[in-house]
Design a protein around this ligand. Structure first.
Ligand SMILES: O=C(O)CCC(=O)C(=O)O
Length: 232
């Protein structure tokens, strides 16, 4: 039932972030054709899909959700996170028509931006995999700290690049089975993996944040090629 529900109601999520012919990111336009602060996303073949489970969907995987949310709450309290809130989860699914290959990998990103603190919990309803750079939240936070120093004129762009370091990072493929829960900082770099043939890989994502989770996904290419090229 949950697979059929997700196949019917889930909508495509980003796959990558496109650039124009000059290599620049492309701003979305508002109704009057003016550029906004939001960048255009690339949804690829639209096979990675999600639906946010709000109160209208209380019966969808209710027992599974209940068990996981009790665990999330226990972790939240142990982390002293009285101010943190568990946002309604998203149900994710990989779709594939008879003519399509399985979904391909997403671009590297973090789920929360500089201004948002909290963590992400991902629970497998069916087996699936995710690509993660463990510990990369430290690199991301250091990059933001240095970018802030550049913005305030404390260090130069050249010092920023020198301070980023040359160490490169290799992603780890996390294979999750039914009931496994992966916890990571909202600033950990990761990507949805390529899919498995004819397998929906149903999974649920929760954001545990100080404020209501808004769309704060940050693709790491936005921090500059010098930062992004170290993660592969
Ligand atoms: O495919 C997945 O489970 C990962 C999706 C993801 O990381 C995201 O949409 O932020």
């Amino acid at each position: 039932m949950a697979v059929r529900f997700a196949q019917k109601h889930a909508v495509a999520i980003f796959q990558d972030i496109p650039r124009d012919e000059n290599g620049n990111f492309i701003p979305e336009l508002d109704d009057s054709g003016r550029e906004t602060d939001v960048l255009v996303s690339d949804y690829g073949t639209g096979q990675r899909r999600q639906i946010i489970l709000n109160s209208d969907h209380a019966v969808i995987l209710a027992n599974f959700r209940d068990v996981v949310e009790r665990e999330l709450d226990r972790v939240r309290m142990q982390m002293g996170g009285q101010t943190l809130r568990v946002n309604p989860p998203s149900l994710l699914i990989n779709t594939q028509t008879a003519r399509q290959q399985p979904v391909s990998r997403q671009c590297w990103h973090t789920d929360l931006s500089e201004g948002q603190t909290g963590y992400v919990a991902i629970a497998a309803v069916q087996k699936f995999s995710l690509l993660v750079f463990p510990g990369s939240h430290k690199e991301v936070q250091e990059c933001w700290r240095l970018q802030d120093l550049v913005k305030r004129g404390v260090i130069s762009e050249a010092s920023f690049k020198a301070c980023l370091g040359s160490h490169s990072f290799k992603a780890v493929r996390m294979n999750l089975e039914l009931g496994d829960i992966l916890f990571m900082s909202g600033h950990t770099i990761h990507a949805g993996d390529r899919g498995t043939d004819k397998h929906p890989g149903l999974r649920m994502h929760w954001y545990v944040t100080d404020d209501e989770k808004k769309n704060e996904t940050s693709q790491i290419v936005l921090y500059g090629d010098d930062f992004a090229k170290r993660f592969h």
